[in-house]
Write a protein that binds this ligand. Structure first.
Ligand code: NAP
Length: 256
């Protein structure tokens, strides 16, 4: 079987970076989206499909050896579980050899509902009967950019107090996912975090300065186990393997 790779979530922040890297490598690549109007994209075979309903999945997965699963629906995150179940079933049926999954640093220590779903996804992967690799990464700068864009619509930017974050470039995470996909199933890969740890207040102030917006930043204590989980477990300082800094991201993507 030719090594054809399918990327789910290929229109998303991470998935499009993964897709681009595989396209450039010359390995045959497919991309999945729910959109019915498919992009004109030389070197990529696009498929319309919905992981939650299962529509179009068998066609997309048939003949594929490796799947890189970057799809997620944060707004309806509970559906990520039936989505992954459907993907695993279709992959098993098609004889897929390797399913590569992206997860988040701290999902086993922070009882935030979206993270609990990510953790359940990891468990499904482990029990899938497929060859698998799982990479936990810290937050992408693109996510912080979107979050601060929304938060700065208010007169005061609220951030969680005492909470650190270690942004990692989504392109570098894509590099690592592609590296994992091209190798043998690795199980749980070492976590991936960005080069530096920052307080959320500092990230917000940096972003506001780069975006040219004047707002006070107010750090608010988040009570309960979710708050303490975020304070304790969002970073991985011993896994600061990313190179591209938050400052570089701001200079290239946010600064006016
Ligand atoms: N953002 C972060 O900081 C971060 C950090 C660590 C890990 N991660 C993980 O990385 C992954 C990707 O995150 P992201 O920020 O790139 O997400 P994103 O930009 O929101 O993209 C999500 C993608 O999922 C696809 N999708 C959603 N529901 C689908 C469904 N039912 N069927 C098929 N495709 C579906 C969407 O494609 P269409 O709309 O085209 O169908 C979209 O391309 C997630 O698993 C996330 O947990 C994110």
């Amino acid at each position: 079987m030719e090594n054809t790779v399918l990327v789910t979530g290929a229109t998303g922040v991470l998935g499009r970076e993964v897709l681009e890297r595989i396209r450039r490598s010359g390995v045959p690549v497919r991309a999945l989206t729910r959109r019915s109007r498919l992009p004109e994209d030389p070197g990529v075979e696009w498929f319309t499909g919905d992981l939650v309903t299962g529509a179009g999945l068998d066609e997309a997965v048939g003949g594929v050896r490796t799947v890189i699963h970057c799809a997620s629906d944060v707004r309806h995150f509970k559906q990520d579980i039936p989505a992954l179940r459907n993907l695993i079933a279709a992959a098993r049926q098609a004889g897929v050899e390797h399913l590569v999954n992206i997860s988040i640093v701290g999902v086993d220590r922070i009882p935030y509902p979206y993270y609990q779903v990510k953790l359940e996804g990891e468990r499904l992967l482990e029990a899938s009967g497929l060859g698998w690799s799982n990479l936990r990464a810290t937050q992408f700068p693109e996510l912080l950019n979107t979050a601060f864009g929304v938060l700065s619509r208010l007169p005061v930017v609220l951030v969680p107090a005492g909470t650190d974050c270690q942004p990692v470039d989504q392109g570098e995470v894509a590099d690592r996912l592609v590296e994992l996909a091209m190798g043998a199933p690795a199980g749980r890969a070492p976590d991936m975090a960005g080069p530096r740890v920052y307080s959320m207040s500092r990230l917000a102030r940096d972003w506001l300065r780069a975006a040219g917006r004047r707002r006070p930043v107010l750090a608010v204590h988040v009570p309960g186990r979710i708050g303490s989980g975020f304070r304790a477990a969002l970073t991985a300082p011993d896994r600061a393997v990313g190179r591209r800094t938050w400052e570089q991201y701001l200079a290239e993507k946010v600064a006016r």
